[in-house]
Design a protein. Sequence first.
Length: 395
Amino acid sequence: MQQIYLDNASTTFPKPQAVADAVYQYITHAGTNISRGTCATTTEDLVFATREQLCRFFGSEDSKNVVFTKNITESLNIIIKGLLHSGDHVLVSAMEHNAVMRPFQQIGTELTTCNAPADAITFSRIPCNEEGALCLDALPQLVRPNTKAIIMTHASNVCGTVQPLAQVGSFCHEHGLQFIVDSAQTAGVLPINMQTLHIDALAFTGHKGLLAPQGIGGFVLRESIIDAIAPLIVGGTGSLSHTEHTPRFMPDKFEAGTLNLPGIAGLHASLTWLQQQGIGKILTHELTLTQQFSDGLHQLEAQKLLRIIGKRDCTDRVGVVSVSTEKMDIAELAFILADKYGIATRVGLHCAPNAHKTLGTYPTGTLRFSFGWHNTAEEVNIALQALKEVLAHGL
């Protein structure tokens, strides 16, 4: 049975062949470290070229401000824990992933009806509507004298709703707030320009829309925020080795230890592939499949077989669609789709419990389908037919 992979919001698969070739090429023909040996020049050139690609890709000021980490979760931990101090207050959206919320729950306190201690790090949630879209009108009332930043996802990993970064970025610029963006579901799919969107820190991961291997991610900083963020991890950088103090210059300030160089080689290849294809072409393909899938889901919903969660059209969204049903347990449904039809999906709460509370799907969660560059219209039809067979006729 051939697998139909519809879990690209988790990680894209398959990767372009050029990505696998680049990783293999590095491991078998390069293999050196950077800044730590006499044969490191070729690898250093590769890393520099990848920083330059990311700088252009995200509209950054300077490629030295591109920092590599192992994933977006590490990137967000570094930014959140390095930026915030006692007494600071931040705003987050009601649709955040745990990559944002668990660091806050670890170091901070949510502002509710109870007053938090004056020296606490506190956060408030910006409400979102039943489609997962940010309620922009709520922003002015949530800002406090000690509000330091807005930290939010660009698009929901549960229902695909794209948030209004331009409006939020302008709001932050006008009110002197730092703007930090989680691009996990949009990097490589939607254009992002840090300067025009007034983004101060952008966290990214390689293995989703950027089509790179797992284990490589990073963040990009605006020059003005660099000194405000303390490094979370320190150690050897291959620079200033005469001192035990961490370098203050970029990117060494945040890149202690050996980087995932095979991953960077793969990322370099995937960024080249994306540039050749054009992300607009990829987005159009994914949204065409999403529209086809949504049209079929509306028919199943009319038959009362399932319920579409979140947006019901393809405006302001990426190719992520969630459904729920009262016909059977959604985990059982996901198992049948995989076991009988070879359809890979993701079921549950998707590491975003408050997003599900916002969408009215907590604690059960949803069954999520997410489309990628390799998926076809035929695969969408098979998935729709499988849903109909299972929900209408049982096993």
